[in-house]
Design a protein around this ligand. Structure first.
Ligand code: B12
Ligand code: SF4
Length: 457
């Protein structure tokens, strides 16, 4: 057999908004760039177009990427592709964390990063010898990444079809927060891409704003300050409109790097405060301690450098009483945060959190993976009932993502910018909270047989 075509699919969930989708298929763009030139490759983002099942045949290789919440949809797609005779490979966080489960229905699975194994899979399929499992957990050096190819860029047309492109600069996190899968998915060692390659990629893609896929970009302020300085000095030369990244509070302790980051067009840090409750500090891997005074100081210092702060909070830790929603709301309202993300603690496969709760018999049985989306309750909390957790979350979401909340935080952010920058910055000032508002609308989901829930009112 020889391969006719490779399809790479991102399962859908949110659809498009004003003709553009939110989640650019960066993962698939990197993987598609590893497909040999002689093999046609097509990226299909289900949020933008349907999978052309009728066109699939036995000489086609279908690769699907899936986080846990997308895995039922991935299976639904896989079964239809397999019915056409195509072979299906599943990769991404869920296949990496739960390979045996996925291996029951996929023809092959990619555990880990796949920079080495995906080309091997294509070659093996081409000679009719696709193996059931490929493991790549050696954590490739990021200076060896294949550039995103021009044929992939032309096909995806990310600036036209997506609200925010993604970019990877570093990868990994040495912290050990009990609820996080980053260690298994990205490795404990922080890896860095050479600055010249980052700049080359931004220029060739023609992206003017982006969100970093880095697990904990901010930690590099402490780990690799020279690298950050060199990176910021190069980025400030580019005509960027703004960019955002995930970070932890320690960035506030590096005023010189913050200043450089601002000059490099950084708009906002998404900072994992995680909890406004000091009783939860054990679960937070040493990066947050529920210390409200420190949170305020961090926000002030980052603002002083001209950069915005989106605060990330998780609810449902064992130390959380029902009053946690009101107390967190009080903190947020009094704070100067530019955006807020609230999520419900979710015990993903492979986390210490899940292991503990299995031992304690605290997972709610038969919750579909599609509800492992961090806005549904999947376990029995310690100090409240699942209903109280869900209701508290809904109450807070309505408070935060109602139009008055979004408008006041967005305006506050805009007022911090220079007036001449308003046209450039207006989008970023409101888009983050608006995105979270859409995400929370999934609360009214009812999972359907095809693995796609239906967005409620
Ligand atoms: C960027 C990012 C996002 C972006 C979206 C990116 C996207 N297009 O999907 C945003 C901010 C929107 C997002 C949202 C969410 N995310 Co997120 N996200 C990430 C992050 C930080 C980086 C992912 C990334 O793009 N990496 C760079 C690309 C190049 O690598 P990659 O995706 O890992 O893919 C590699 C391998 O996995 C493999 N691979 C992947 N797919 C395939 C397919 C095939 C066929 C093959 C062969 C190989 C393969 O090869 C790739 C190249 O090495 C990861 C953490 C991490 N480090 O993985 C979390 C992560 C994937 N997200 C996670 C979660 C929980 C979420 C949310 C549910 C929750 C939330 N509140 O944020 C939502 C869900 C949104 C949704 N509808 O899917 C979890 C997933 C856990 C799980 N078991 O599913 C992760 C692992 C974070 C964590 N700390 O636990 N996320
Ligand atoms: S600091 Fe962030 S990326 Fe690192 S383990 Fe904790 S939650 Fe995960």
């Amino acid at each position: 057999m020889s391969i006719r075509k490779a399809y790479l699919i991102q399962p859908g969930r949110d659809g498009a908004f004003l003709g553009k989708a939110t989640m650019a298929p960066y993962t698939l763009m990197r993987l598609a760039s590893l497909v040999p030139d002689a093999v046609p490759v097509e990226i299909i983002d289900e949020d933008l177009k349907p999978v052309p099942f009728a066109a699939l045949g036995p000489d086609d290789l279908v690769g699907i990427t899936a986080k846990t919440l997308q895995i039922e949809r991935a299976r639904w797609i896989a079964q239809r592709a397999q019915a056409q005779g195509a072979k299906v490979v599943i990769g991404g966080a869920h296949a990496t964390l739960a390979p045996d489960e996925v291996g029951e229905w996929a023809d092959s699975i990619a555990v880990g990063e796949a920079y080495r194994t995906w080309p091997q899979m294509i070659a093996d399929f081409d000679r009719g010898a696709l193996q059931p499992r490929y493991v790549d957990e050696e954590w490739a050096h990021l200076d060896e990444l294949a550039p995103i190819s021009d044929r992939v860029l032309a096909q995806v047309d990310e600036n036209k079809n997506y609200w925010t492109p993604y970019l990877e600069i570093t990868r990994g996190c040495p912290r050990s927060c009990t609820f996080c899968t980053a260690i298994r998915v990205s490795g404990r060692k922080m890896r860095l891409r050479p600055v010249d390659q980052v700049v080359e990629e931004i220029e060739r893609r023609g992206i003017k704003r982006f969100f970093l896929t880095d697990d904990n970009f901010g930690l590099n302020f402490r780990l690799y300050p020279e690298y950050m300085e060199a990176l910021f000095k190069e980025l400030r030369k580019l005509p960027l409109k703004g960019w955002t990244c995930q970070a932890e509070q320690l960035v506030a302790d590096y005023p010189d790097l913050l200043k450089l980051a601002r000059e490099a067009h950084m708009d906002k840090f998404f900072i994992g405060f995680e909890s406004a409750n000091p009783d939860n500090r054990r679960e937070l891997g040493g990066k947050a301690a529920g210390n409200i005074e420190r949170y305020r100081q961090v926000i002030d210092r980052v603002h002083a450098a001209g950069i915005g702060v989106v605060g990330l909070f998780v609810f449902g830790f064992d130390g959380d009483p029902p009053a946690i929603f009101q107390s967190t709301y009080d903190f947020i309202r009094a704070s100067e945060l530019d955006g807020v993300s609230i999520t419900i603690l979710t015990p993903y496969v492979g986390t210490p959190q899940r292991r503990t709760w299995i031992e304690q018999g605290r997972l709610i049985p038969e919750v579909p993976w599609s509800l492992y989306d961090t806005n549904h309750v999947t376990y029995y909390p310690k100090q409240m009932s699942p209903e109280q957790l869900a209701q508290g979350y809904d109450w807070l979401a309505r408070k935060l993502y109602g139009w008055p909340g979004i408008a006041s935080r967005g305006l506050r952010n805009l007022m911090r910018q220079r007036v001449r920058d308003w046209p450039r910055k207006a989008f970023a000032s409101f888009s983050t909270d608006f995105g979270y508002r859409l995400e929370c609308a999934h609360r009214a989901w009812v999972p359907a047989e095809d693995g796609i829930g239906r967005r409620g009112e």
